[in-house]
Design a protein around this ligand. Structure first.
Ligand SMILES: O=c1[nH]cnc2c1ncn2[C@@H]1O[C@H](CO)[C@@H](O)[C@H]1O
Ligand SMILES: [Zn+2]
Length: 344
């Protein structure tokens, strides 16, 4: 098992982090002040509202927790501050590259347009890149429960916003009631426009078909993908051969009840088979975690998961990142150097 001081020093990449689920307590309070919302709660009460409890029943109950912060994320200023705040926390985790995702349609309650919501987030990411030793990009999420006409409005954003920070698309939200096939045409249109696609899939018990459908639709990464463990040998081999990246998030995966016992959690089993597994927070606030804590958890659960193994999953994450070949090569080289230093 690795010491937490070692884990803290390790450079990391995070591919799966939701903006609205990851705000620090001080940021939540600042956003409330800006939004003219008088929060009369203590810090503990705020966190109790924003965090998912251990006994969360399923994914839908987990997603209910976002209702608390979303009303505070309705202005350009607050979205910019929120993006900055999450990148700052990531820098504290010694993350060198992060992709932060959010659903622009959830930030239009006041008078922002979809475009302005994305621009606000990008502005916050850019400001944080100037202040910290980290690169941060944005992914746009559609929500599975949204009508398809509404989801189609997200497609033009990629042409309208030529900023290099906007690097991909995801479908998040209610996997229990909305199977992946609903989005075949939408994802097809995104893919022919050259948009990178990662999709939440296989996060709910018996949802493994969504993983296969996502890959057939052209997703190169899968959000969580826990139910990969239920797929046949041939299906798993196909995923390994395609080097599909699995964006796992241990704390969240137990809270949403993807699994309930460690013996069912497939992280190590899939890693040993050669899957490109990666470690992520999903939601720092809702899951009361950080990337360092997720690494500590994995190290405690699988004491023989070594520094070299952690380095390997970071190289998998770099390979799966939505960045240029040159940026990947730079990250690979600097991670090799840094991990070597730590091992000495
Ligand atoms: O683990 C997850 N599974 C599915 N949807 C999620 C998860 N975490 C967050 N969101 C959803 O994504 C939206 C945009 O960030 C959040 O508002 C939440 O509804
Ligand atoms: Zn997620």
């Amino acid at each position: 098992m690795l010491k937490s001081e070692i884990i803290a020093q390790m450079p990391k990449v995070e591919l799966h982090c939701h903006l609205d689920g990851s705000l620090s307590l001080s940021c939540i309070k600042e956003l409330a002040k800006n939004a003219g919302v008088n929060i009369t709660m203590t810090d503990e009460e705020i966190l109790e509202k924003a965090q998912a409890p251990e006994n969360t029943k399923n994914l839908l109950e987990y997603l209910k927790r976002f209702d608390f912060v979303l009303p505070l994320l309705q202005s350009y200023t607050n979205l910019e501050l929120a993006a900055y705040d999450v990148v700052k926390q990531a820098a504290d985790d010694h993350i060198k590259y992060i992709e932060i995702r959010f659903a622009p349609s959830q930030h239009l309650l006041e008078n922002l347009s979809l475009e302005e919501a994305v621009e606000a987030v990008i502005a916050g990411l850019s400001r944080a890149e100037n202040d910290f030793d980290i690169r941060a990009n944005a992914l746009i999420c559609g929500l599975k429960q949204e009508p398809i006409q509404k989801l189609q409005k997200l497609l033009p954003l990629f042409a309208k916003i030529p900023d290099e920070h906007l690097v991909g698309f995801d479908m998040a939200g209610d996997e229990l009631n909305y199977p992946q096939e609903k989005f075949i045409d939408l994802i097809h249109d995104l893919k022919i426009n050259g948009v990178n696609v990662t999709l939440h899939a296989g996060e709910c018990p018996s949802c493994e078909q969504n993983i296969l459908d996502s890959i057939a639709m052209g997703a190169s990464r899968i959000g969580h993908g826990i139910m990969t463990k239920n797929l046949s040998k041939a299906e798993q081999e196909m995923m390994i051969e395609k080097q599909i990246v699995l964006e796992m998030a241990p704390t969240s995966n137990f809270q949403t009840k993807a699994v309930t016992e460690l013996a069912q959690y497939p992280f190590k089993e899939l890693y040993d088979k050669g899957f490109h597994v990666t470690l992520n927070t999903d939601n720092r606030t809702v899951s009361a975690t950080s990337l360092n804590k997720e690494y500590e958890k994995i190290s405690a659960w699988y004491p023989d998961f070594s520094l070299a193994d952690f380095e390997k999953i970071n190289h998998y994450a770099i390979d799966g990142a939505s960045i240029s070949k040159e940026e990947k090569e730079q990250l690979h080289q600097s991670f090799i150097k840094e991990y070597k230093k730590i091992s000495e």
